[in-house]
Each structure stands twice: as structure tokens, then as C-alpha cells.
Design a protein around this ligand. Structure first.
Ligand code: NAD
Ligand code: ZN
Length: 265
């Protein structure tokens, strides 16, 4: 009961902050998709807790490993990335979509590659680490969709370009690769002009995404963190919550009550 009261008190403050904000940006991480059944990396039950054959997941997801052993990457990814279309957005995704539709969000920046924000209806969604939705040939750059590649991978094969026969790679940022420069520039612009920044379900350990809240703080934005593990930004947060399910349900209920307002640019 006391816990519930403490939550209500904090959430009331957040309601006022959202109503008053003119430049709300959101950073999401793998934690939010655990509510849809997709494991994150750094929870105790996360993907990093296990090895795959003799490999660490960080190794499998490095660009050097991909080029050297595409067949091993795709064998691992078959279980992990190529069943993503069977997962559905959860209340955190839908609450953000409602807030955006009603004109309260400037941008949702996600580290997730699972396509769930877009599935939930967020249009101002920027995928910092790319998305499993898109693929390109590593040689001639021909484009392939998730829908065309998933059946090949699920069949145990390495997808190869129909034009030149080279290996096809998902447009996911591997360790050792740079983030898309345009998406990153957009992120710096929006976070450094934000007056309210929400960070949902991220350990804030992966750079440069982890650095984005710093740019908001430089602009004197209020920072709200929702994560069950500690993060390096906890001391700078105006409000902190730990339970994403409870937070998402409260945010969804609140978003439904909001009047639509002229969309923020
Ligand atoms: P992370 O795994 O490092 O951190 C997730 C955080 O979410 C953890 O600190 C955990 O405590 C918290 N969390 C999990 N469930 C929670 C709950 N129910 N309530 C509150 N907090 C909860 O994830 P990250 O910071 O996004 O970095 C991992 C990298 O891995 C990213 O680059 C991302 O691209 C990738 N990744 C993506 C997916 C996906 O697309 N769904 C899944 C796994 C990893
Ligand atoms: Zn090709």
C-alpha cells in the first residue's frame, strides 16, 4: 500500500511534467521489450548471462565475427532475431504511441531492433541501432526486407544476394560499426533541445546512446528513468521508477485522458 502511494505520488509529478513539456524525447532499451517476451542483454535472465556454443554474445554480434563466420551468426540469430515478427508490442510501446498521436512526444529513440515501436504506431521513431526490418548485400548493396530473409534463415541457410551471390547482412549496428550518422545527428539535436527526457528499460551502458541523456541535462531538462537495475544517471534523475509494467499501465491510462494538442515539430 505504502509502495503504491509512493508510486502514485511520483506519477502525479510526472503527469504535470508531461503536460507542461514542449519537447519530450524518449530513449528506450531492450528492457521494455522483455514485457513482450524478448529477452534483454543485461538482466540476470538476459542473453549475456548465457554463452552460445563457446562464444560470448558480444563476440557473435561483432562485425569482424559476422564477416568471418556469417553461418554461425545466422545460426545464432535464427533463434533470436528471426522470430521477431511473432512478438507483439506491450503497454509501454502502446502508451508511447498514444502520447505521440496526441501531440506530446517529439521523438522516440530506441536501441531496440525489434520493430515493436513502429508496430505499435509510433511514427517519430528513430532506431539508433538499426532494425531487423531491413537488410543489404555486403557487396552490391541490394536491398532485402525482413519478410524475404526470415524464411531463408529459418530454413538454416545463409541469405545470399540474388544479384551477386554475396552474403546479406541485417541493417543492425554490430559492435565495431558506427551508428547511422543521420539518426545520431537527429538524436543529438533532439536531446540537446529537450525539456523532459524519459529513459525506459536501458542499462545505459552502450555508447553513444548512453550519452544522450547527458545532452538533455546540459539543456537543464528533467530526466526520468524507469529501470530495475541501477544506471550511471540515477543521481541526475528528477524521478525514478523501477517497474516497467506498472509504469506502462499508468502511462497508458494517463495518455488516454490527455486532450489532443497540436503536434510538436
Ligand atoms: P540492456 O539489456 O543493457 O538493459 C536493459 C535494462 O532493462 C536492464 O538494466 C534491466 O534491469 C532493465 N529491465 C528489464 N526488464 C525490466 C522491467 N520489467 N522493469 C524495469 N526494468 C527492466 O539493454 P540496452 O540498454 O538496450 O542495451 C542492449 C543492446 O542490445 C542495445 O544495443 C540493443 O540494440 C540490443 N538488444 C535489443 C533487443 C531488442 O531489440 N528487443 C533485445 C536485446 C538486446
Ligand atoms: Zn549483391
Amino acid at each position: 500500500m505504502e509502495k503504491q502511494l509512493a508510486f502514485e505520488k511520483k506519477f502525479n509529478t510526472l503527469r504535470a511534467m508531461i503536460r507542461g513539456s514542449r519537447s519530450l524525447v524518449v530513449l528506450t532499451g531492450a528492457g521494455i521489450s522483455t514485457l513482450s517476451g524478448i529477452p534483454d542483454f543485461r538482466s540476470s535472465s538476459g542473453v549475456y548471462a548465457k554463452r552460445w556454443n563457446e562464444y560470448r554474445v558480444e563476440e557473435i554480434l561483432s562485425i569482424g565475427f559476422f564477416h568471418a563466420h556469417p553461418e554461425l551468426f545466422y545460426e545464432w540469430a535464427r533463434e533470436f532475431w528471426y522470430k521477431l515478427d511473432s512478438y507483439q508490442p506491450n503497454v509501454v510501446h502502446t502508451s508511447l504511441a498514444t502520447l505521440e498521436r496526441k501531440g506530446y512526444i517529439r521523438g522516440v529513440f530506441t536501441q531496440n531492433i525489434d520493430m515493436l515501436h513502429k508496430k505499435a504506431g509510433n511514427r517519430k521513431c528513430y532506431e539508433l541501432h538499426g532494425s531487423a526490418e531491413h537488410h543489404h548485400c555486403t557487396n552490391c548493396n541490394s536491398y532485402y526486407s525482413y519478410a524475404s530473409i526470415a524464411p531463408i534463415v529459418l530454413n538454416g541457410e545463409v541469405p545470399r544476394c540474388t544479384q551477386c551471390g554475396s552474403v546479406i547482412k541485417p541493417d543492425i549496428t554490430f559492435y565495431g560499426e558506427n551508428l547511422d550518422a543521420l539518426v545520431l545527428a537527429k538524436a543529438y539535436e533532439m536531446f540537446s533541445h529537450s525539456d523532459l527526457t524519459l529513459v525506459l528499460g536501458s542499462s545505459l551502458l552502450v555508447q553513444p546512446a548512453a550519452n544522450l541523456p547527458y545532452h538533455s541535462l546540459q539543456n537543464s531538462a528533467s530526466l526520468v528513468i524507469v529501470n530495475k537495475q541501477k544506471t550511471g544517471y540515477d543521481r541526475s534523475a528528477t524521478l525514478q521508477f523501477t517497474d516497467l509494467q506498472q509504469f506502462g499501465e499508468a502511462l497508458e491510462a494517463f495518455a488516454e485522458t490527455l486532450e489532443e494538442r497540436k503536434s510538436l515539430v
